[in-house]
Ligand binder design. Structure first.
Ligand code: SF4
Length: 345
């Protein structure tokens, strides 16, 4: 059973009894859920366990810093109808549900997700699909939330069929954590529901630590990929979870082994009560430099940051090129050595 109560976290030895009051205070503010698969992964003897850090509430979550904001990536500024975010011309987010199988302590939509938070009603879904149908520039629809894979295969399949039937939509991308946190729920029926004639489906898997990619998780991902659905990865750079080169290297290698192309490494957003997770951009760049020296291009994610206020996602380096006027450029190799590149001189 999924753990949702602080007392159950203590009973399962996932938090010490003296922390119960703190846990309860955090749980009043932010949703808590941990699936059995995640609880089984946690090393109870390690007070700094990187899996526990992602799912066990921490009193630090009640400290909101001045720069943090309820809508850190500015979804609301680009929402023409309920559930749709249209930030870039050729694609939209469609937020079908506001619930997840787990609640990550660093979630960038933590103010919007949680048990009892509204999913789209039938009328709102009609309006959202109507908006997409009326905008021929929309080529890609990204199902996010919450976690769209918590829907039943029947409901998800129906929505995907309706989106794929819109002539100009060619790509449907689902962002999910479910294969990691509840791999047993990636059933053949759910996998079949992900595809529909008329559009190509991609699945973006959110995982942050190599230990999350257990044998059961790898098998769940294989069910998706074997069905002809390409997968990409998304990870968040998190202090105390994956902010070291060795962990990131293992994580990216694990993705590639699972036929999941590393896609994004997100700089942690300015979500309320998450400053204890954030690194500096400089630290992130240094990690990316190390990664480039250690793993092939196949295992390289792009390090990105969502500009607060809704201005979109940008790669944040590191940069290996120093332009030197018309003459050429100075290029930096993986060891930090500079090389003059002047083809026209
Ligand atoms: S699964 Fe995604 S949306 Fe849900 S709590 Fe975690 S980060 Fe937030």
């Amino acid at each position: 059973m999924t753990i949702r109560l602080p007392s159950d976290l203590v009973a399962a030895a996932l938090a010490p009894p003296e922390k119960l009051a703190d846990l309860a205070r955090v749980a009043e503010r932010y949703a808590v859920a941990m699936t059995p698969a995640i609880a089984a992964l946690i090393d109870r003897g390690d007070p700094n366990d990187p899996i526990a850090r992602q799912f066990v509430p921490d009193i630090a979550e009640l400290t909101t810093t001045p720069e943090e904001r309820a809508d850190p990536i500015g979804d609301n500024a680009h929402s023409p109808v309920e559930g749709v975010v249209h930030r870039y011309p050729d694609r939209v987010l469609l937020k079908l549900v506001n619930v997840c199988a787990v609640y990550c302590r660093f979630c960038f939509r933590r103010e919007m997700v949680g048990p009892g938070k509204q999913a789209l009603t039938a009328q709102q879904l009609d309006a959202a699909l109507g908006y997409i149908a009326a905008h021929p520039e929309i080529w890609e629809v990204i199902l996010t939330g919450g976690d769209p894979l918590v829907l039943s295969a029947r409901r998800l399949g129906e929505v995907i069929r309706r989106i794929a039937a819109i002539e100009h939509v060619k790509i449907i991308r689902l962002h999910t954590r479910l294969p990691v946190v509840s791999p047993e729920k990636i059933t053949p029926a759910l996998v079949r529901a992900l595809k529909a004639p008329g559009a190509t489906t991609y699945v973006a898997l959110h995982a942050n630590h190599p230990r999350e990619l257990t044998a059961a998780v790898r098998a769940a991902c294989a069910r998706i990929v074997d069905a002809g659905i390409p997968m990409v990865s998304q990870s968040v750079l998190l202090r105390g979870v994956n902010d070291d080169a060795q962990t990131l290297e293992k994580l990216m290698r694990a993705f590639v082994e699972c036929r999941i192309k590393p896609y994004y490494l997100h700089h942690a957003d300015l979500a309320p009560g998450t400053s204890h997770f954030r690194t500096s951009i400089e630290e992130g760049q240094a990690l990316m430099r190390t990664l480039r020296g250690r793993v092939s291009g196949l295992a390289q994610p792009t390090y990105v940051l969502d500009i607060p206020g809704g201005y979109g996602k940008v790669p944040v380096g590191p940069d290996y090129v120093d332009m030197c006027g018309e003459a050429g450029a100075m290029l930096e190799d993986i060891n930090g050595l500079k090389h003059d590149y002047s083809p026209n001189s």
